[in-house]
Write a protein that binds this ligand. Structure first.
Ligand SMILES: NC(=O)c1ccc[n+]([C@@H]2O[C@H](COP(=O)([O-])OP(=O)(O)OC[C@H]3O[C@@H](n4cnc5c(N)ncnc54)[C@H](OP(=O)(O)O)[C@@H]3O)[C@@H](O)[C@H]2O)c1
Length: 405
């Protein structure tokens, strides 16, 4: 209901969405600050409460941090949040730096008596920014509480070890399952060395996802907006040849704030004409093909990946995408393309939009078995979210893979 009301408001007021988001965030902050007043009567574990705030902050970076994870941090002194921050964009300051930087001048002297809560283990390596462990030691922060480890090979527990060896009190594993969920894209990317993969498709009530040779709309307008929200979350979006030919999709994010993903088209014999929309919407388009392209027929931002279209295709393509720092991939169909990924077990999450209309005949939607983690109604459509395996097993598997690599 809330999402639909939100979509309606957006339809009427698209241009001022950013101000809207900002106002909502300010409201959230004010509410959160108000909540501190009731800290002592709140039955929720204080560590969990601050960690939940870290998660909220982290999500504000959604769509902007890849291939880095979303991370949030709060600095707490005697039950009062004196600083908070999140990783807002790739290459910019980490959450811990922003949290420390947000402390008011009058509170700066409290930093060495405060506890830092972070949704992900602080880094101990020089990347695009200096290590956060150095900042923690330099600011003499005596206690750090984290949700999950960072499975990046050079970090993976070493950040916490270093802090402990310097006398910092460290607690790990607070709301670990939710923390793992928040960092699932990053941790999949570094542990499995391939992008995190989500499948997304709409199907009719009787199980069809399209009609051969012509475009049909299956899901409703709220679902379409939710699809664009999903596109904001992913680094790249992939479709097969027939989908590009039949639907002529733009494959960009027009109906939600944030970024548009890179576009990936599987087109073995270059059957999709250069004037198709997806080649002309902003951002890079990667065309996976066997045939030799006539480069000059396509806009400059189109790049070609020559690949054999055999059973190895999804695996070698994913390797290629990972090499380009594409850490998450949304596979939007059609059926042939989806089935190639499903048959090889190459998916992590699936979003299935089921309408209440029947098509009677057409292209069968893929059968998909997974763990249902969410199901909700969006107007006339039913949205089901599946995970390939349970996240608990998933996190255990990632921990195991990381240990072997
Ligand atoms: N309801 C939804 O959510 C949704 C989403 C997307 C599309 N659709 C509908 O689905 C229909 C298209 O689906 P579709 O199953 O016919 O086609 P598709 O998956 O879009 O494209 C299939 C074609 O892509 C190439 N291809 C993809 N993966 C390949 C692989 N691993 N190995 C070899 N070739 C590969 C092949 O092209 P070549 O034959 O040239 O080798 C294959 O014939 C359209 O009607 C569209 O409207 C529905």
């Amino acid at each position: 209901m809330l999402f639909i009301a939100f979509c309606k408001a957006l339809d009427e007021c698209q241009h001022c969405f950013h101000q809207w988001q900002h106002a909502a965030f300010s409201f959230l902050l004010a509410a959160q600050r108000g909540k501190q007043e009731c800290l002592y009567i709140c039955p929720m574990d204080a560590k969990e409460m601050y960690m939940r705030r870290c998660f909220e902050l982290a999500r504000l970076g959604e769509g902007f941090t890849a291939p880095n994870p979303m991370v949030g941090a709060v600095l707490v002194h005697n039950g009062r949040i004196i600083g908070e921050g999140y990783h807002a964009s790739y290459g910019q300051a980490h959450a811990e730096v922003n949290a420390v930087g947000s402390v008011q001048p009058d509170d700066k002297n409290l930093i060495p008596q405060s506890t830092l809560y972070v949704s992900l283990e602080p880094c101990c390596i020089h990347g695009r920014t200096p290590p956060c462990t150095s900042l923690i030691l330099q600011e003499k922060i005596p206690e750090v509480v984290v949700s999950v480890l960072d499975y990046t090979a050079e970090v993976r527990g070493k950040g916490l070890e270093l802090l402990r060896s310097e006398g910092v009190k460290v607690t790990a594993g607070v709301l670990a399952e939710e923390g793992a969920e928040l960092s699932i894209v990053r941790n999949t990317f570094v542990a499995k060395r391939r992008p995190f993969i989500a499948l997304k498709y709409a199907r009719s009530k009787d199980g069809f996802m399209g009609v051969r040779g012509r475009q049909v709309w299956i899901s409703n307008r709220y679902s379409r907006r939710l699809s664009h929200k999903l596109r904001n979350r992913f680094d790249a979006i992939l479709v097969g040849t027939n989908t590009a030919l039949t639907d002529d999709p733009s494959l960009d994010n027009r109906l939600w704030y944030g970024t548009s993903p890179a576009k990936v088209l599987l087109d073995r014999n270059l059957r999709v004409p250069p004037e198709s929309k997806l080649f002309h919407t902003p951002g890079k388009t990667l065309v996976v093909c066997e045939a030799m392209p006539d480069r000059h027929s396509y806009p400059e931002q189109v790049e070609f990946i020559r690949c054999a279209f055999d059973t190895e295709l999804p695996g070698s393509l994913l390797q290629n995408l990972a090499g380009r720092n594409i850490s998450s991939l949304l596979v939007e169909g059609g059926a042939v393309t989806l089935n190639h990924f499903i048959d090889q077990g190459l998916w992590d999450e699936a979003w299935i939009f089921t309408s209440n209309h029947r098509l009677g005949e057409g292209i069968q939607a893929p059968p998909l078995a997974g763990v249902e983690v969410s199901g909700f109604q969006l107007g006339s459509d039913r949205i089901t979210v599946l995970h390939a395996i349970s996240r608990r097993k998933f996190s255990a598997e990632i921990a195991r893979l990381s240990a072997c690599s």
